[in-house]
Write a protein that binds this ligand. Structure first.
Ligand SMILES: Cc1cc2nc3c(=O)[nH]c(=O)nc-3n(C[C@H](O)[C@H](O)[C@H](O)COP(=O)(O)O)c2cc1C
Length: 181
């Protein structure tokens, strides 16, 4: 079986962040199925506002390096006012640095998308917003995206099943692509 590397990115700076817990659940599911995994949580994504040409902070270089080496990603955002958080969007804007690389942006990488929100409306619109950003970065959002209602914790069996399916789909796609290339 081909070894693949999956990087989980997301969460918020809030203690007991639901989006971070959901991210960890999905990443652990991929790890249990044999993926090599790495987590990059909100404290490491708390970057200065991205500006083209500005010197890159060390944390941004670490993020970019992790993404370069990843075969697949799992990205988890809170639903903030109907979209993804500014913190996560800003971190993803740093991927502009990868534009001219042999594998630009998220080219050829499966991306599992997760949103945690207090209500279903923001969950749905924020998941669309996250998937649109992944598409714009040339990533491949997995067939299943997961929405977690943060007012219903601990995660119920259906939510846990969705999160582990997202992890498994990223792993399956990443393995297939690694074997193909
Ligand atoms: C700035 C802000 C905006 C939010 N906007 C919405 C919203 O539009 N709809 C919603 O259902 N929940 C909204 N929420 C609630 C969050 O989606 C919810 O608390 C989520 O769990 C936050 O992620 P976290 O638990 O990882 O911190 C908002 C919370 C904050 C702090």
């Amino acid at each position: 079986m081909t070894g693949v590397r999956i990087v989980g990115i997301g969460g918020t700076l809030r203690a007991e962040s639901t989006s971070e817990q959901a991210l960890k659940y999905a990443v652990n599911a991929a790890a249990e199925l044999g993926a090599e995994t790495e987590l990059i949580v909100a404290t490491e994504l708390d970057l200065p506002m991205y500006a083209p040409g500005r010197q890159l902070p060390a944390a941004a270089l670490r993020l970019l390096d992790a993404i370069r080496r990843a075969d697949g990603l799992i990205v988890s955002s809170p639903g903030y006012h109907g979209g993804i958080s500014g913190l996560l969007k800003n971190a993803l804007d740093y991927l502009e640095v990868l534009a001219a690389e042999p594998r630009p942006y998220l080219h050829g990488k499966a991306v599992g998308c997760i949103v945690a929100a207090a209500g279903w409306q923001a969950g749905a619109t924020s998941l669309m917003s996250l998937r649109s950003t992944v598409h714009a970065l040339r990533g491949w959002p997995t067939a299943l995206g997961a929405v977690v209602n943060s007012s219903a914790k601990p995660f119920d069996p259906k939510t846990r099943d969705q999160l582990s399916t997202v992890g498994r789909q990223v792993l399956d796609f990443a393995r297939a692509r690694v074997e193909l290339c």
